[in-house]
Design a protein around this ligand. Structure first.
Ligand code: PLP
Length: 423
């Protein structure tokens, strides 16, 4: 990027950016493009979920009356069958749970300290445990590890997925490395989808730890932004084919399908891992919220109903992603001071700016009334070694708010690049 910087054009752009910034700063803005939250129009799409169950509608053929304890250890079968093709896990190996997939990830990491995983010799308690953190990545994955005393080892993300040469080398030689975080489709934040080759290599690679797990957080499996959808190879099939069938834990949820925090979540894996999960899970809860699971079954009707619903989300999101691409392209492309993603799905645009300026940009934007995700948040420990990545979340603001926030953002990118390169 820095090779293509046009310094003369940058100097001129900075001159016009200065008064623009002053104007924004004095206009009392209060905008927020920090977190990937659905907007109100998206939440409205699921409004009928609130009335999806009428009095008397509380039973299924497979489980009978869902209002009481018991009867659906893996969750409501009709829901598992509905989502099975969407998350690429056979219904029999798919467990439906409550409102948060992140809580399932936390639970799996925590439980591994107390109960040996299939293939493992003993629980992790008392050992030094390390997870690989492809970065930029999802900050809450990193927080789970920090919370539970798991060390993070950063590996680079490429347009195809994690840098597999590095991943293979590390897991082969270091038995302390027990896991890797993956957001394999429409990744948070870079928006890329892992290539078939990366999926295959993750499944096949020799690991020093016999109980190594891939945390396959398929949070954006069906969250398309463009009419052109990415395709992700099945990690469970790849692991089974490689003779490592217990290697992957798959997670997903409807947090950005129905209601964020009011949806249903999924855990999928080999039969042995599902048995391990259920044994642990049955100690913390007598069973999941089957009534909310039934509500989701009724609301969607079938798998095609889920896909049709996601198409409506897509229609709301696409113009917002267009707005980001258009603003960044108009203001920054001529100067060569940034590069960014234009993903086919997910919730984020990943913006790479002049190294050493991300923090400064976030601060400048904050001072002008626009909250951006803290610079570095997409790296373990909140520390982006090059201080260059900024995550843009365009879903939540209105189109007008987003347009203004983007003008402020590009103005700050220009000012910070000027300070770094011209002063
Ligand atoms: N995983 C990823 C990659 C996410 O981006 C998010 C939310 O932003 C989550 C998990 C949280 O999911 P849930 O609401 O199911 O806990």
């Amino acid at each position: 990027m820095t090779d293509s910087i046009d310094r003369e054009a940058l100097a001129a752009a900075r001159e016009s950016a200065r008064p623009r910034y002053e104007e924004f700063s004095s206009s009392g803005l209060k905008l927020d493009i920090t977190r990937g939250k659905p907007c109100t129009a998206q939440l409205d799409l699921a409004e009928d979920l609130l009335v999806a169950l009428k009095p008397g509608d509380h039973s299924t053929e497979a489980e009978g009356d869902l209002r009481n304890y018991g009867g659906a250890a893996k969750g409501v079968l009709a829901l598992r069958e509905m989502f099975s093709p969407l998350v690429d896990v056979p219904a029999d190996q798919l467990v439906a749970r409550d409102n948060s997939s992140l809580s399932l990830m936390h639970f799996c990491v925590a439980s591994s300290f107390f109960r040996a995983l299939p293939g493992g010799e003993k629980p992790w308690a008392g050992e030094e445990v390390v997870f690989l953190a492809p970065a930029p990545g999802y900050d809450r994955h990193f927080s789970v590890c920090e919370e539970l005393g798991v060390q993070l080892r950063t590996v680079a993300m490429t347009p195809e997925g994690p840098d597999m040469d590095e991943v293979e080398r590390l897991v082969a030689e270091d038995a302390r490395i027990k896991g890797i975080w993956c957001v394999p489709k429409y990744s948070n934040p870079t928006g890329i989808t892992f290539s078939d080759e990366v999926v295959r290599r993750l499944a096949e690679m020799p690991t020093a730890a016999p109980d190594f797990r891939i945390y396959w957080d398929n949070a954006y499996a069906i969250h398309h932004v463009r009419a052109q959808h990415d395709r992700l190879a099945s990690i469970l099939d790849a692991c089974a084919k490689a003779g490592n069938e217990d290697r992957a834990f798959v997670f997903a949820s409807t947090s950005k399908v129905t209601f964020a925090g009011g949806g249903v979540s999924f855990f999928g894996s080999s039969q042995a891992n599902v048995a391990w999960f259920l044994a642990r899970d049955s100690m913390r809860s007598i069973g999941p919220d089957k009534v909310n699971q039934l509500r989701h079954v009724r609301f969607f009707g079938d798998t095609a109903g889920v896909e049709a619903h996601m198409e409506k989300h897509r229609e709301i999101l696409e113009p917002k992603f267009d707005a980001v691409a258009t603003a960044l392209d108009a203001d920054l492309t001529p100067l060569g001071i940034a590069s960014w993603s234009d993903p086919n799905g997910g919730y984020f645009v990943s913006l790479d700016v002049v190294p050493g300026t991300a923090r400064r940009i976030v601060q400048l934007a904050k001072d002008a009334g626009v909250a951006l995700t803290p610079a570095g948040a997409t790296f373990p420990g909140g520390d982006d070694p090059e201080d260059r990545n900024i995550r843009i979340a365009p879903s939540y603001p209105t189109t007008e708010e987003l347009d203004t926030a983007l003008q402020v953002l590009t103005t700050c990118v220009i000012l910070a690049a000027g300070e770094a390169l011209l002063d």
